[in-house]
Write a protein that binds this ligand. Sequence first.
Ligand code: SF4
Length: 186
Amino acid sequence: MPVLHAAPLFVISMKTLSILVSACLLGEYTRYDGGTKEFPELLQYANINAIFSPICPELECGLPVPREPMNLYLEAGETYMKGVQSATDFSPLMQDYLAKMMDSNRITDICGLILKARSPSCGIWDTPIYDLKSGEVLHLGSGLFARFLAQRYPEIPLISDEDYLVPEKRDEFWAKAKKTKPISGL
Ligand code: SF4
């Protein structure tokens, strides 16, 4: 009777998660003032196989670096992204960009996004929304890019850099990301 010496075959799951990250958090100089918001904790707390790719909606919609700082303003029930000094309405640029992003595999193939807090584009429920006339903060809301993602792709988890520092919120984010769409695996 032959004796089998072959070791049992284990298939170890090595799923790789594709995560989009606000470019400024990845150390890119994309901020309105030409600066960055590098976020080393991103890798420090990612005990998972993941590919982090940058996205900067303000740059990608055609705005330059540096650029005029912008805020979100509420006017007649609509939210506008306007320059703080000039009051130029940059919302149409962003809306055109978001329309092009719709159903792009850049979004549909990813497992989650980590976005910069309080940005008029990337903020997740923590961006001040101002009254256009008085200039007072009315409430907090999401930036235009984050709002688009949450409405169009509610299954894709989002987290801000600030929430990422909270262990329970970070764990919840990674748990949801794992359940979405791994791009490769064995
Ligand atoms: S739009 Fe987002 S990614 Fe680009 S600089 Fe602002 S916060 Fe960073």
